[in-house]
Design a protein around this ligand. Structure first.
Ligand SMILES: [Zn+2]
Length: 383
């Protein structure tokens, strides 16, 4: 059991809420990095954060890491242990460990109970921040917005209360809490289905009435998870609806809610675009996931060619699709190789790990600059 969050002399993760509250009105976005492959990358990011005094979140989603191992082959316990070790090595004290997309798709009793088991394991392992994602539960026959969102609100409330109770057992106050309305990346014939202002305000208002006060709200605003492709070639992510995001953030603020936006699916967004167009402070948390996995495969291709070729062939064979280019098949499915080649990936050359670490370090600093959070560690009061 790792929960030991009141002791700031350790390198254990801080309660997520401490970081989010501290940066909330500082015109900055906290970077939440979802690294599916740990060696080199975790240490590089945490070292960059330490050296530049920048708070950072390390996160992992339910599909990736769960009691059965998820598609990266880690349980919450083994994942947390590895990340906490990297924090110790880098002496980083201003970071949080976030459970991304705790997905609840139907809200059935059975699913809620399974979800609680996962959350218990995450809290026992040392996670200090949680994203409840019940956005999939949507009543298309609802006559009002509240009716449409009722299932999402109910599941979110039940899970939020469970998190609070479990955290209380460890004396963990101000854990980070993220909730979601509008499924990210969902499209219809007219393109992305973007979350509305009314949906966002109603959702948070109803949760507040039930004593659930999220730090951040994830919305569907035109981004997609992972790499994106146009005509089979990798392309930039520039479909994020910035004006709509600002409108929602402003509406939440004008209602007096303490909830800001969590931006998902940032991989592929040009740094210049993030720097100049992302509304810092309206967006408080920015998730960068697949980027780190892209780094892994770029570096493996050059430095561990034999293993890279094995992985490449496995992905192309297993996920063969005549309609798609090899680049797209690999870019979208390589994540599933992480578990298949777990042992071999854990045993890559020390030299390769150092290259990964250096690249992760440099890229983290570039993201911190674009997010406007570089050096904001001084706002965090750890006493
Ligand atoms: Zn996401």
């Amino acid at each position: 059991m790792n929960q030991n969050n009141n002791n700031t002399n350790t390198n254990n993760p801080l309660p997520g809420g401490i970081i989010l509250d501290a940066i909330k009105d500082k015109n900055a976005i906290i970077m939440a990095t979802n690294i599916r492959f740990i060696p080199g990358i975790a240490k590089g990011i945490l070292q960059a954060a330490k050296d530049t005094d920048t708070p950072v979140m390390i996160e992992i989603a339910r599909s990736e890491c769960n009691l059965e191992g998820g598609y990266i082959g880690h349980t919450p316990k083994t994942f947390a242990e590895n990340i906490i070790n990297a924090a110790k090595e880098t002496k980083n004290t201003k970071w949080a460990l976030h459970a991304d997309h705790i997905g609840i798709k139907y809200g059935t009793k059975e699913e809620i109970e399974e979800t609680k088991k996962l959350i218990k394991a995450q809290i026992d392992a040392g996670f200090t921040s949680f994203a409840i994602d019940a956005s999939h539960i949507f009543n298309f026959n609802g006559k009002t917005v509240i009716e449409e969102l009722e299932g999402n609100i109910k599941a979110t409330k039940e899970i939020a209360d469970y998190i609070k109770n479990e955290c209380d057992k460890y004396g963990l106050k101000n854990f980070g809490l993220e909730v979601e309305v509008g499924e990210i990346g969902r499209k219809d014939n007219n393109g992305f289905i973007v979350t509305s202002v009314t949906e966002s305000v109603t959702y948070i208002k109803e949760l507040n009435k039930l004593n659930v006060y999220p730090h951040t709200l994830a919305i569907s605003n035109g981004s997609t998870h992972g790499n994106i492709y146009t005509n089979g070639n990798i392309s930039n992510q520039i479909s994020i609806d910035i004006p709509q995001t600002k409108k929602i953030a402003e509406a939440l603020k004008s209602e007096g809610f303490n909830t800001r936006i969590a931006q998902h699916g940032i991989t592929g967004t040009p740094l210049k675009f993030i720097k100049s167009l992302f509304p810092k402070g309206d967006i408080l948390k920015g998730n960068v996931g697949t980027h780190w996995q892209n780094i892994l495969f770029e570096i493996l291709e050059k430095n561990e060619t034999e293993l890279y070729n094995k992985i490449h062939n496995w992905v192309l064979e297993k996920y063969a699709d005549k309609e798609k280019t090899n680049e797209e098949i690999f870019g979208k499915n390589a994540k599933f190789a992480l578990k298949e080649f777990f042992e071999e990936l854990q045993n890559i050359d020390e030299k390769t790990i150092n290259i990964l670490e250096e690249k992760a370090y440099n890229d983290a600093v570039m993201f911190f600059k674009a997010f406007g959070c570089l050096g904001t560690g001084s706002y965090i009061n750890t006493n």
